[in-house]
Every structure is written in structure tokens, then in C-alpha cells.
Design a protein around this ligand. Structure first.
Ligand code: SAH
Length: 227
């Protein structure tokens, strides 16, 4: 399958049943136990990234590109922390939801939202962040995607993905991500070593790493800094 086919499927999913499912998981309303576990795990990933940026003490001077921003779970708190954020997503429904949630921002001018495939993003940002997006693409697609993200990053790229180390047991659990009779998309696991090799080839080195694991959510976050 080509990258275009994969993107078409993922985009369609996040504009239909994927939108309904993930908007609820990434919200604060009532959800089932599995969804609550995924919500908590995802929030840990968001909190880790926010804590990394806060620890550097320069959030308000940062320009950040949030590629595949979803409903704005990271972009909204980052904009409220003073960063200048450009956030985009391939799904117009996810961006619409992010737009609704952005009405509560302290300074709405800090956040620009757009519908865009991450490979069509242009410009240069101090920090580029792409969380829980690569899980939707096979190994054959991600090298090009990561290379494009590094080209946008003046200083660093923060990525998260579901690591392959958990093997089959994880694959089974990840099945919970996409329940229902017709699984319109699936979860792909990636070896950290393969992602790190791509980043090193692009002239980056790894500064910080975090692994978030709950019962149904697994995400490895890596901060790669330009050499
Ligand atoms: N990064 C967000 C959302 C994760 S859900 C967060 O952590 O909260 C994955 C998101 O990636 C979905 O909103 C989906 O529409 C988006 N996405 C998938 N493929 C994409 C692509 N090729 N370009 C941009 N966004 C993409």
C-alpha cells in the first residue's frame, strides 16, 4: 500500500468513527474503562512533553509546530503557557473540535490551526512535535514523514510512537484502539532503534526519552535535538 492510500484511510477514519471515538477519549466526559485508561495514558504523554518544555524555562519564546494536533490536547496548554503554536491535522473534524476548544484560550492569537497533511507543512519552527500519529502508518511510510518533520525543525523534534518491544501481546491490546466490526485503520508498532536511526541520519541526536505504559496505552516519546 502506498503512503497516499494509508493517508486516505486514516483521514477518512478521523473524519468519521475515529473522530467520534477520539474526541471522547481526548475529552472529559464519560467513557468506558478501556477508553478511560487510554485517556489517562495519553494525558501522561502530554504532561511529559509539557514538563520537558517547562524545564527548559523558555516556553514563551518558542515557536512550535504540532503536526497531527488532534483536538489540541498539547497545543492548547502550550499556547496558554505562552508558546507561539502552529497546529495542523489531516482531519478537518479534529481541527474543528480543536477550534471549538480554543475559544477558551487566554490569548487566541498564540494558536494558529489548519487542516493539513503533515507532509504539506511548510516553514521553520524552533520545536516540531508529532505525538501518537506514527502509530497509524507502516514502517515504509514513516521515514519520509520523519524526514519532512526534521526539515521543519530549527532546533528539535519530539515524536511519540508505539514501540515494537511489547510484541504480540501489545498488538492484541492495541486491537482495543479500533474496535467494531470493520476496522477501518490499524495500529503499527515501530522499533525505537529504527526511528532513532532515521533521526541520526537527519543530523539529530537523542536528548530525552519517556515511556508511558498503562493497560491499553503504550507510547514512547523521544526528543531529538539538531547537532
Ligand atoms: N497529536 C494529538 C492527536 C493524536 S491522534 C495528540 O496527541 O493529542 C492522531 C491524529 O493524527 C489524528 O487527529 C489524525 O487525524 C492525525 N493524522 C493522522 N495522519 C496524519 C497526517 N498524515 N498528517 C497530519 N495529521 C495526521
Amino acid at each position: 500500500m502506498t503512503a497516499l492510500d494509508d493517508k486516505t484511510i486514516v483521514k477518512e477514519y478521523f473524519n468519521t468513527q475515529g473522530f467520534d471515538r477520539w474526541r471522547r477519549i481526548y475529552g472529559d466526559g464519560e467513557v468506558n474503562k478501556v477508553q478511560l485508561d487510554i485517556r489517562d495514558g495519553h494525558q501522561q504523554t502530554i504532561d511529559t512533553v509539557l514538563a520537558w518544555l517547562a524545564a527548559d524555562g523558555n516556553v514563551s519564546s518558542l515557536t512550535v509546530c504540532d503536526a497531527g494536533c488532534g483536538v489540541g490536547s498539547l497545543s492548547l496548554p502550550l499556547a496558554d503557557a505562552g508558546a507561539t503554536v502552529y497546529a495542523s491535522d489531516i482531519s478537518s473534524k479534529m481541527v474543528g473540535e480543536a477550534r471549538d476548544r480554543a475559544t477558551n484560550l487566554t490569548d487566541p492569537a498564540k494558536l494558529t490551526l489548519a487542516v493539513s497533511d503533515l507532509e504539506s507543512i511548510t516553514g521553520r519552527y524552533h520545536t516540531v512535535i508529532c505525538l501518537d500519529v506514527l502509530i497509524h502508518y507502516p514502517q515504509a511510510d514513516i521515514e519520509q514523514m520523519i524526514a519532512h518533520l526534521t526539515s521543519l525543525a530549527a532546533s528539535r523534534l519530539i515524536l511519540s510512537f508505539a514501540p515494537k518491544t511489547f510484541g504480540l501481546s501489545l498488538l492484541k491490546k492495541v486491537g482495543e484502539f479500533f474496535p467494531g466490526p470493520s476496522k477501518t485503520t490499524r495500529a503499527y508498532l515501530h522499533r525505537a532503534s529504527e526511528i532513532i536511526t532515521i533521526l541520526i541520519d537527519q543530523g539529530f541526536h537523542i536528548e530525552r526519552k519517556n515511556m508511558t505504559s498503562t493497560r491499553f496505552y503504550f507510547s514512547q516519546t523521544i526528543e531529538a535535538v539538531r547537532n
